[in-house]
Design a protein around this ligand. Structure first.
Ligand code: SF4
Ligand code: SF4
Length: 289
């Protein structure tokens, strides 16, 4: 919603014997996003860090993000692909929302997370939450976490993945991976993009377009005629190691929120929690020998 799949960032027009370049203004939009999950809020915090808190602010992202109203929903049921509990990002929305709602048998329990959220609650004629409703909410969210069938052992992931760069499991997963890019297209924390110059046929105008890219695409690692990740083996290893290890070095947080979307959308059923467990398991076996 905040980082558009494709947008024009610059227009270059022929003016007589020269050219004029104009940055395109960010679209003026006001977004209200209803039903944001805890894992999504964690992903928004990561993208805020990338697009707003470095030396250069991305004006297009900032324009969409500035006024956005986020209405979160606490999860009381997990999908079989979820593992937010083990990544410590859910199932309860803790920060980053304006309002958070929990669906209970007797209705919705609503909490404000910002002044704007509090003013919305004040404008509605809502009753005070009962103690039993609050207890029910705590129990429902705790049960949701307990019932998650997938888990990630997140202990020392950087140490594990840096040490295991030559683990034979990378060959195993590379033999199954189609390098289709699905996992990166659905991941809420991925921010890789490419920049294309798209020319009009008359040659008087060219648009510079920013478009989502993926570290699984072959072109992504082509530099000066040389591709430094030509094998799927290298691309899968790069993706997983960046998400779970070097991301922490770069941004101080994991690049995975445990949303499980990459597991749900992988056409060949690759599951990063299984891959990490296999690498961890085989490290133990090699150390024991
Ligand atoms: S979705 Fe699955 S097959 Fe496609 S690139 Fe990702 S891991 Fe490989
Ligand atoms: S890597 Fe997979 S589980 Fe983790 S945030 Fe991205 S899509 Fe979600």
């Amino acid at each position: 919603m905040f980082f558009a799949p494709e947008e024009t960032v610059l227009e270059i027009r022929r003016r007589g014997r020269g050219f004029q370049a104009t940055e395109t203004a960010p679209a003026a939009v006001r977004l209200a996003i209803i039903g944001v999950r805890a894992c999504d809020l964690a992903a928004v915090a990561i993208q805020d860090r990338i697009f707003l808190q470095d030396l250069f602010q991305d004006s297009h992202y900032a324009a969409r993000r500035a006024d956005a109203l986020l209405i979160a929903v606490n999860c009381t049921h997990s999908a079989p692909t979820c593992f937010c509990a083990s990544m410590n990002t859910g199932p309860q929305a803790k920060t980053g929302y304006d309002l958070a709602m929990t669906e209970l048998d007797e209705g919705f329990l609503v909490r404000a997370g910002s002044e704007r959220g509090a003013s919305i609650i004040a404008a509605l004629s809502l009753g005070q939450a009962t103690a039993s409703a609050v207890e029910m909410e705590v129990r429902a969210i705790a049960e949701c976490a307990e019932h998650q069938v997938r888990r990630m052992d997140a202990s020392d992931l950087p140490g594990l993945l840096y040490d295991e760069a030559e683990n034979p499991r990378w060959d195993d997963v590379a033999a199954r991976c189609l390098s289709c890019t699905n996992c990166t297209m659905v991941c809420p924390t991925c921010f890789c993009h490419t920049v294309l110059d798209v020319q009009e046929i008359e040659g008087n105008m060219s648009r510079r377009v920013r478009k989502w890219d993926s570290c699984f695409s072959l072109e992504h690692a082509r530099v000066h005629g040389f591709n430094f990740r030509s094998r799927i083996h290298d691309r899968y290893r790069q993706w997983l190691t960046h998400k779970l290890a070097s991301w922490i070095d770069q941004f101080g947080t994991s690049g995975c929120t445990g949303c499980g979307r990459c597991v749900a959308w992988c056409p060949v059923g690759i599951d990063l929690t299984e891959e990490v467990a296999a690498i961890r398991g085989s490290r133990g076996a090699r150390t024991a020998r």
